[in-house]
Design a protein around this ligand. Structure first.
Ligand code: 16G
Length: 168
């Protein structure tokens, strides 16, 4: 199993300043012992997930060809805890010249570490990574209150297009 969910070198050319004491990098296998799932539970329901299930899912995602799951985390270097995470998902298309679409998912920063600009760092990094991967569009879903935050990274409402959902 690879150590990281995508090659860390893909972040090399993306020079977005991170506050001292923090590191941005792809999700790693050891992060399941360093609070990654607990962090996700600050966003939504994670449910009962065993270590084996988590690592199997990691392995499936990391083995995709081409890669689709660019889960990017911020580590607190001193404690090794994962204090921020956001995912770029790449969806393959026939349209737009065998193009691909990007989606930003599961953006979360630990409630103890909010106000340091970590969510902005994750967003700027993933917008740049999506551009490097040549997506023709990048989208996300968010609550009304977060629209002004996401607008700072180039998103706008897609007038006439709505987000519809069914929950099961
Ligand atoms: C937010 C997230 C989405 C996540 C969902 C979970 C962002 C930009 N959006 O909409 O990615 O999957 O919350 O909520 O992070 P749910 O459990 O109600 O689907």
């Amino acid at each position: 199993m690879p150590e990281f969910i995508y090659p860390p070198s893909l972040l090399n050319g993306i020079n977005i300043d991170v506050p001292e004491g923090f590191k941005i990098r792809p999700l790693g296998t050891r992060d399941f012992d360093n609070g990654f799932l607990q962090l996700l539970s600050q966003l939504t329901v994670v449910g009962e997930v065993t270590s084996k299930e988590a690592l199997d899912r990691f392995n499936t995602m990391a083995s995709m060809n081409p890669l689709s799951y660019y889960i990017t985390v911020i580590e607190d270097i001193e404690t090794q805890k994962i204090v921020g995470s956001a995912t770029l998902v790449i969806e393959l298309k026939f349209i737009h010249g065998i193009g691909c679409r990007g989606r930003i998912e599961d953006v979360v920063v630990d409630k103890e570490k909010r106000g340091l600009g970590l969510a902005a760092i994750l967003n700027k990094t993933l917008v740049q990574l999506a551009k490097n991967l040549k997506v023709y569009k990048l989208s996300l879903e968010c609550k009304d209150a977060l629209i002004p935050f996401y607008e700072k990274f180039g998103y706008k409402k897609d007038e006439g297009n709505n987000f519809l959902v069914q929950r099961f």
